[in-house]
Design a protein around this ligand. Structure first.
Ligand code: FES
Length: 407
């Protein structure tokens, strides 16, 4: 018994020593990053990498128990912490409108605080919303990019919500103050396309709406196909039917007559040569569209997708078990087939900051030392995946039996 208690105390001591080294390493890493506004994707990713070290300091209401990064916070001077806060460029906004669009979809108009503007955005952009329950969620902006006083988002309160969308739907009210990130665009429209085929499934209509408004203003050629299970569950149906580009919109519902059913083969095959496809919706929906495009000979540079289901992508993070080796501390953990690296590390007292938990935001990035990651995220580019020097702990795994990381 005495031995067991002693061993436990030793383990706690070892863990704290690991956490201290970990924290100092993170502090050193922070010093390497530029304190720049997120003006382009590369800069945004640098900021993200900063955020992955600083998230618990920055996350209002986030859990900090046993968090080595809080220990990092204690190692930092107040001015350093202020610098980190400056890096992330959080924006305070007011919820100036909340509207129930369907039984389970709410729209929110977020307005700049008195005397402030909001950063401009491009069609296809989304923002992070930092909720007071410590959860961060990503939502596409659906309004016209010409509006610089408001951001408009829509939230599906799905039964499978892990807390973020439910909080937005049930707790956040008109008049509340929210904290958000500046917009960033992982789903941009390509310049110079002859024809844009915009396809939305369910709540995936949000970035498509903004894209359609933008293309219409620029006099571009495009078509919108919007699919939903039922007409009653179709958010923004009236808005689309009354839009200046209403003639370019086709609505498809599973409960409608057969002739209006969505036929991916016919829609993609019927688009003019050189068209670009933009699709947003549930994963299965997108995969079907993308694979149909490929089968019909469309090259990958003309196939673009982004998924926000009930607030995010449903990423499959399951796979073969493997050993995760932490080279700085010498610790090793088995990552079982049905657990993520982040959950195994967090369970063992090595806190990994998490935000989307779906491979979209990059908050959980960890440097890889040896081994080949099985990348499951959509945050890193193909070229970054190929470098295999970073991986997302919330969803990515290892292709081999051992993956060594810089922790
Ligand atoms: Fe967002 Fe892992 S938490 S990519």
């Amino acid at each position: 018994m005495i031995f067991a208690v002693k061993r436990h105390a030793e383990r706690v001591g070892e863990r704290h020593a690991v956490q201290d080294r970990h924290a100092q390493g993170r502090k050193d890493a922070l010093a390497e990053y530029p304190y720049e506004a997120a003006g382009n994707l590369a800069a945004q990713k640098a900021v993200r990498r900063c955020r992955c070290w600083a998230a618990p300091i920055l996350s209002p209401g986030g859990s900090s128990r046993h968090n080595p990064i809080d220990r990092a916070g204690m190692l930092l001077s107040p001015s350093e912490i202020r610098t980190f806060l400056g890096v992330v460029h959080m924006i305070d906004v007011r919820v100036t409108k909340k509207h129930k669009e369907t039984d389970d979809i709410y729209s929110f108009e977020l307005s700049a605080m008195e005397g402030h503007g909001l950063p401009p955005f491009s069609a296809g952009s989304h923002i992070d919303v930092y909720l007071e329950n410590g959860i961060t969620r990503q939502y596409s902006l659906y309004n016209n990019i010409a509006e610089n006083r408001n951001y408009c988002i829509a939230v599906l309160n799905a039964p499978a919500s892990r807390g973020g969308s439910r909080y937005m739907a049930e707790v956040v009210q008109q008049g509340d103050r929210l904290r958000i990130s500046p917009p960033r665009n992982m789903f941009p429209l390509q310049d110079g396309g002859d024809f844009y085929l915009l396809v939305a499934g369910g709540i995936g209509i949000t970035p498509i709406l903004s894209m359609a408004s933008h293309l219409n203003r620029r006099g571009k050629n495009f078509a919108v196909h919007y699919c939903a299970r039922t007409a009653a569950g179709m958010a923004f149906r009236e808005l689309l039917q009354q839009a200046p580009f209403a003639g370019r919109v086709a609505l498809h519902t599973d409960d409608g007559p057969l002739e209006q059913s969505f036929n991916p083969d016919a829609v993609i095959a019927g688009a003019p040569d050189g068209s670009h496809l933009y699709v947003c919706g549930p994963n299965g929906f997108m995969e079907n569209l993308i694979s149909t495009g490929r089968r019909l000979g469309w090259t990958d540079d003309r196939l673009h997708c982004e998924s926000f289901g009930s607030g995010g992508v449903v990423t499959n993070s399951h796979g073969e078990a493997f050993t995760l080796r932490l080279v700085r501390s010498g610790l090793e953990f088995i990552v079982p087939p049905d657990r993520s690296v982040a959950s195994v590390l967090n369970e063992n007292g090595i806190a990994i900051p998490l935000s989307c938990e779906q491979g979209m935001c990059g908050t959980c990035l960890i440097p890889v030392v040896e081994g080949e990651p099985d990348h499951r995220d959509t945050f890193l580019t193909d070229a970054e995946h190929a470098r295999n020097d970073l991986f997302t702990a919330c969803c990515s795994r290892s292709k081999g039996p051992v993956l060594s990381v810089d922790l």
